[in-house]
Design a binder for this molecule. Structure first.
Ligand code: PEP
Ligand code: MN
Length: 337
């Protein structure tokens, strides 16, 4: 940790900081410049709250040098993680596409969805059976029946399945039917749920919370990994900003940021990232160009009558066209779909 003292900080203030750092096990190295004194704290607790120092008298700023997450940090696996599920690899030089409806609605819809998803060349089918809806009166999902239907449809077209787990009690059910367990944006900081998912040995995909920083996303990923579940995929799905033309602001820059800070694969979700079907293709293209390890997007055979997220669901033809474009962009950045 680096503590930069204010111009004119007194010796007593400096000594107080030195003492406080030593109390927590830091070795303190002092460098007195003409204007500022800088204190370097080495060792000590990795989870030390730097805020304690930043509010002490005479302190200008405090910088953490060691990242607060360890297992999710790039340094833990500099070559990057590849998550293998059957013959699908997430990470490395592939761009994996996950596509499907927002929700599983009925057997006919999910069977049609499987055909559309497979036709376009995606390897993984998405679809929620437990839906986190802003209103309790909106469609909440079909639960286990929906999972059964999706598994059958996906198996028929040899697709993998990703579906959301909203609560710890649903984990056994999701683990039985789904190849990847999705943790929704609203649950990114549901630490009890994250800890429970650290105990299973199934891939999880963690979506970034609408108001979460990348550091917070990586700290949440650390919950799975510290429990022994290393098969973690991250997902940028848009954050809440003051812009309200789109549902969320799709943070494309989070993709290279995550890749610099972490070895975990990062997937872009342009559907929730924009909330608008007319903006999804451009943001999907941007995510692949930015180096995303995958894309998750919503597609529906009849989006105008979808039970949830119809406005951001692509028509099948749009999805087919977009897949062709994503293949070209993937090639341009040295990857393949
Ligand atoms: C979803 O994938 O349908 C979903 C609810 O996503 P998010 O958690 O990102 O809002
Ligand atoms: Mn959705």
């Amino acid at each position: 940790m680096l503590v930069v003292m204010q111009e004119g900080a007194t010796e007593a203030q400096i000594q107080k900081i030195v003492g406080r750092l030593m109390e927590d096990g830091f070795d303190v190295h002092r460098s007195s410049g003409v204007v500022h004194t800088v204190l370097g704290g080495v060792g000590g607790k990795s989870h030390f709250d730097t805020g304690i120092i930043s509010v002490m008298d005479g302190v200008k700023e405090v910088h953490r040098i060691v990242s607060p997450y360890k297992l999710a940090a790039r340094a833990f696996k500099p070559e990057g993680s590849i998550i293998k599920i059957g013959d699908v690899e997430i990470g490395g030089d592939k761009v994996v596409v996950m596509a499907g409806p927002c929700s599983v609605e009925n057997r006919d819809q999910i069977e049609r969805s499987a055909d559309i998803v497979a036709e376009g060349g995606a390897k993984i089918m998405r679809g929620g059976a437990f839906k986190p809806r802003s209103s309790p009166y909106s469609f909440q999902g079909l639960g286990e029946e929906g999972l059964q239907m999706m598994r059958a449809a996906a198996d028929r077209r040899r697709l993998l399945v990703i579906s959301e787990v909203m609560d710890a009690v649903q984990i056994p059910l999701l683990a039985a039917y789904s190849d990847i367990l999705q943790i929704g944006a609203r649950n990114m900081q549901n630490f009890t749920l994250l800890r429970e998912l650290g105990k299973i040995r199934k891939p999880v995909m963690l979506k970034r919370g609408p108001a979460a920083t990348v550091e917070e996303l990586l700290l949440s990923a650390e919950y799975f990994m510290s429990g022994g579940n290393y098969d973690v995929i991250l997902c940028e799905r848009g954050i809440r900003t003051f812009e309200n033309y789109t549902r969320n602001t799709f943070d494309v820059s989070a993709i290279p940021v995550v890749q610099k800070l972490s070895h975990l694969p990062i997937v872009g979700d342009p559907s929730h990232g924009t909330g608008r079907r007319d903006m999804v293709p451009s943001m999907a293209r941007a995510a692949v160009a930015a180096g995303a390890d995958g894309i998750i997007m919503e597609v529906h055979h009849d989006p105008d009558h979808a039970f949830s997220d119809g406005a951001q669901s692509l028509f099948p033809e749009q999805y087919y066209e977009l897949m062709g474009q994503l293949r070209l962009i993937a090639t341009a950045v040295g990857k393949s779909i």
